[in-house]
Design a protein around this ligand. Structure first.
Ligand code: ADP
Length: 307
């Protein structure tokens, strides 16, 4: 019987351009690690967090809250201990909280011999997201658990569609070291759109999904357009327009805001182009003097993995 597992929990990009609140994707070389151990003692204890200052208290850490949601639904009599090794900075827009919520429930399900489906794990992990942002959204936790691209088609009932990943697709993500509160970046959004804008947006969502299914990189690029959120939110992100212009000039298929920012993502065909795009993005921030982290990553089609 396995009692302990060490896992990689991927960073994720949510709000992929036209797919605001519905489309997300998992990254392969950006993520946290966690060690989860079964214990005879009931409940969940977070015994160690390295890399970031985050609460050890079960009810204040998304890993604890998501884990408790799973325990409540399970007939398992014991408990778990959790260690978190954080690489993804909270508030970066690349799913720091989702990595912990999903890692906890995935590992617990694994150690209990998988009584729950992946969609049920998404529901438990969403409770962690509720703690982090006040809203139980699924657009980061779904790709972390399913891997690849996911579409949250509906919440009631929860319906998550797993979308195939073209082989040569890479992401480049730049994280300017500034803070944008998710609540602030939500507040500035309009609550209505015109029919004309809606038509353009759903044309692109359909195009993006079709492009991913067909591995049609040009179609993916043409469809990575957001007429609704990006024009408003991008004003909160330093040099967004220049980063976008330079990354497209360097060969990126498309560029947009990762999650609710401040990270900016691009997709490219092939690692070489993804690296060149990274250099172009880096030059923009070096010129204006903004500190940043940059990540180049293959798309992760597996999601959470045992390491
Ligand atoms: P991200 O979009 O990168 O997940 P959020 O701002 O949505 O960032 O979530 C981070 C919030 O969740 C912070 O307030 C942080 O203190 C809280 N939090 C609680 N537990 C964790 C955890 N295990 N990992 C990351 N953030 C956590």
């Amino acid at each position: 019987m396995k009692n302990k597992v060490k896992i990689f929990c991927p960073g994720t990009i949510a709000n992929i351009s036209c797919g605001f609140d519905v489309l997300g994707v998992a990254l392969d070389s950006v993520g946290d690690e966690m060690v989860i151990t079964k214990t005879a003692e009931k409940g969940i204890r977070i015994t160690k967090i390295e890399g970031q200052q985050l609460p050890l208290e079960t009810s204040k850490n998304v890993a604890g809250v998501a884990g408790l949601a799973l325990l409540e639904a399970s007939d398992y009599e014991g408990g778990f201990e959790i260690e978190i090794y954080k690489n993804i900075k909270p508030g970066s827009g690349i799913g720091s909280s989702a990595a912990s919520s999903t890692g906890a429930v995935w590992a617990m399900n694994h150690l209990l011999d998988n009584p729950f489906s992946t969609t049920e794990l998404v529901k438990f992990a969403m409770e962690g997201e509720r703690l982090a942002s006040g809203v139980a959204h699924a657009d980061n936790v779904a790709p972390a658990l399913f891997g690849g691209f996911t579409l949250v088609r509906s919440y009631e009932p929860l319906d998550i569609i797993d979308i195939p990943v073209p082989n040569e697709l890479f992401a480049t993500v730049i994280h300017p070291q500034i803070e944008i509160k998710t609540s602030e970046s939500r507040k500035i959004l309009k609550t209505n759109i015109s029919l004309e804008t809606g038509i353009k947006q759903w044309g692109n969502v359909g195009g993006l999904i079709a492009g991913l299914f067909k591995s049609d990189y040009d179609l993916i690029g043409r469809s990575l357009v957001d007429h609704i959120v990006e024009p408003i939110r991008s004003i909160l992100i330093p040099s967004f327009d220049d980063i976008k212009k330079e990354s497209l000039a360097a060969g990126a298929l498309g560029c947009g805001i990762s999650g609710s920012g401040p990270s900016i993502f691009t997709f490219s065909k092939g690692l070489d182009t993804a690296n060149k795009v990274g250099d172009a993005m880096r030059r923009v921030y070096e010129k204006v003097g903004v500190d940043f982290d940059i990540h180049v990553s293959k798309i992760n089609s597996q999601g959470i993995k045992i390491v």
